[in-house]
Ligand binder design. Structure first.
Ligand code: NAD
Length: 351
């Protein structure tokens, strides 16, 4: 005997992404703000002065990628229970991508899922991590391997929070902006070549363009069945670099920048990109003091580490290769010889 359970449904998970000064946020129920001591010290008063709710609790967790773990999630949930949050409560993730990913994940778990809002405070999280509903934590097998798709109810991007950001963190965010332009938008790339993001209103325009690009990609492929994987351009190589350097030498965006340079080399080898196009991308990244090379000590070991990445389905490696500037190819049909040829060009090169 078979009993069917029909759960076909239409879910509307649409949400607004505001770019500009943080508006007043009004909420009738209880609100938990998740943040870390650094962001709280710099900007919590600004948030609290715009937040009107029945009760507001601030949950602070230690700063750093090494705390993006299930243990920290458990401690966040404990605090939410201490404050007797209920199904109608709201969580606000207030910080960089680490806070955003963990806040979203805790919200997806608490009482089987409550609403949350993203208020990203790093450039990387404003242009990338806060949009699209990927939430989660790392474990000893790798990065972001545990998590859920849980879309925020709204995202508030206030570029004024970035005034306190360290220069390297700024560069790491620029790498993700360049990633969006190279894969999806030639005219945005050309605009980036002609405008310095440290001047005038240029940054706000670039944030808007990057978020617009990400929003359209997420709409087309929320659960990363295809197109959304293009946003991993630079990440296949970058993850190996992060792994080899134990996440200590480079910020995530910095390893993505090197990864893009490597992916471009492979794209040139495959006839997808010209050497001149690869140079234009390298020049743009270099303007923001991003690292552009990495000394590979052992090509074979580097190559084998690709297979630890969860985006590599079993025995194949998925490469995201730009097709010129403004186009992208997602492929698992690149043969090992070509990949190792690219890797060997970085062998022993000092960064
Ligand atoms: N969910 C997604 O789609 C997605 C996409 C990209 C990256 N991510 C994740 O995002 C994380 C990286 O995010 P990140 O680069 O924002 O790192 P992060 O959250 O660690 O922030 C970087 C540093 O900047 C500090 N900081 C935050 N706001 C600040 C401000 N306004 N002024 C001064 N300092 C500030 C933080 O306390 C931290 O020390 C990674 O865990 C990555 O996996 C997620």
């Amino acid at each position: 005997m078979t009993i069917s359970i029909n759960l076909k449904r239409i879910i509307d998970d649409s949400y607004p992404i505001h770019i500009g000064s943080l508006p007043e946020i009004n909420f009738e129920g209880k609100v938990a703000v998740l943040t870390n001591p650094k962001v709280a010290g710099l900007h919590l008063q600004t948030l609290l002065s715009t937040l009107k709710a029945k009760e507001v609790y601030v949950i602070t967790i230690p700063d750093g990628e090494q705390y993006k773990t299930l243990d920290t999630i458990e401690s966040i949930l404990d605090r939410m229970f201490d404050h007797r949050l209920n199904r109608k409560s709201l969580l606000i993730a207030f910080g960089g991508g680490v806070i955003g990913d963990m806040g979203g994940f805790a919200a997806s778990l608490y009482n089987r899922g409550i609403d949350f809002i993203q208020i990203p405070t790093t450039l990387l999280s404003q242009v990338d991590a806060s949009v699209g509903g990927k939430t989660g934590v790392n474990n000893r097998f790798g990065k972001n391997l545990i998590g859920a798709f849980h879309q925020p109810r709204a995202v508030y991007i206030d570029p004024s929070f970035l005034s306190t950001l360290a220069p390297r963190e700024f560069g790491a965010g620029v790498a993700e902006i360049v990633k969006m332009a190279v894969t999806f938008n030639l005219s945005f790339f050309e605009w980036l070549e002609n405008n310095d993001l440290r001047e005038g209103d240029n940054l706000q325009h670039a944030i808007k363009m990057a978020v617009e690009t990400k929003a359209r990609v997420v709409e087309a492929d929320e659960k990363e069945q295809g197109l959304r994987a293009a946003l991993n351009y630079g990440h296949t190589f970058g993850h190996v670099i992060e792994n080899e350097t134990h996440y200590e030498t480079y910020l995530h965006g910095e390893s993505v920048a090197i990864g893009m340079v490597m992916a471009n080399d492979l794209a040139c080898e495959m006839g997808l990109m010209s050497f001149e196009e690869a140079m234009r991308i390298k020049t743009l990244l270099g303007r923001y003091d991003l690292p552009l090379t990495y000394p590979i000590h052992d090509v074979e070991k580097f190559y084998q580490t690709f297979f630890l990445d969860k985006k590599s389905a079993d025995s194949t490696i998925t490469f995201i290769l730009p097709r010129g500037i403004g186009g992208v190819e997602i492929t698992d049909a690149i043969d090992a010889v070509a990949v190792k040829k690219t890797l060997s060009k970085f062998q022993g090169i000092n960064a």
